[in-house]
Design a protein around this ligand. Sequence first.
Ligand code: CP
Length: 307
Amino acid sequence: MRTVSARNLLDVDDVTRTELSALLDRAAAFKRDGATRSLLAGIPVLNLFFEASTRTATSFTLAEQRVGADIISFAPGTSSLGKGETIADTALTLHGIGVRVIVVRHPESGFARRLADAFEGHVINAGDGAHAHPTQALLDLMTLRDEFGGFDGLRVAIVGDIRHSRVARSNIVGMTMLGIDVTLVGPPTLLPAAMARAGVRVSRDLDAVLPEVDAVMMLRIQHERIDSSLLPALDDYTRNYQLNRSRLRALKAKSVILHPGPYNRGIELTDDALADPRSRYKAQVENGVFVRMAVLDHLVNGAAVPA
Ligand code: CP
């Protein structure tokens, strides 16, 4: 087996820049050539979703099937965590039973890390609170690379509720690793100025940013994580930050529109934006299966890393 730098994927920076590129190459190869079911044959993979999911849960299951894993689906509500068993004891038990990979989603930031600290196999973070969602960032990066052939000189705007978005956080990590120029756009309550850092700008002016970028990623307001005092008036929000028909005219003809889903039609974007030929939502969800196959293969076999 080749050496891999990390046992887990808790955020994008668990892999090096080289590994990140190799993961995207591997995902592209799966998309082009398919995969054999022998890659994870006989490896028990547990999907542990404490929070609702459509895209991530479904595409992990399909990815696991395509690489031949033994899939265990588990409803956390019926687990012994509810009887007071600690995460550490649960992790010990699951490993003892034979589970080798856990895919976990949880509403608490840091839960995936706590589980990984106690589990001897591999943990893949499928979204923890507002902290990280690395496989979403990978599928977004794959979609951008499919579109533009690479990342050189690429400019991306991420728009909306950045403060509560694990998708934004993981994308900022991945995009800056790859040299993408990132502009975050949103109102002060949903986008603290402190989120600006090397390679990342903050703007309040979507109309000024839109004509400059190659891709715009629209985010929904994360009502399930938000303190109501931070919620902007909806009219103000849509007037200033909604991707609508008039703003679509400002976007370059060759730009693309991304959205991690689920979307709230009529809030962060209109039906026109979703129907626009520059929308890549379908490509994003399709790519989700391939990047998740690549992550499973990478962690278990080290197969994404060049020899
Ligand atoms: N993008 C995303 O994480 O969607 P789900 O919540 O449906 O998994």
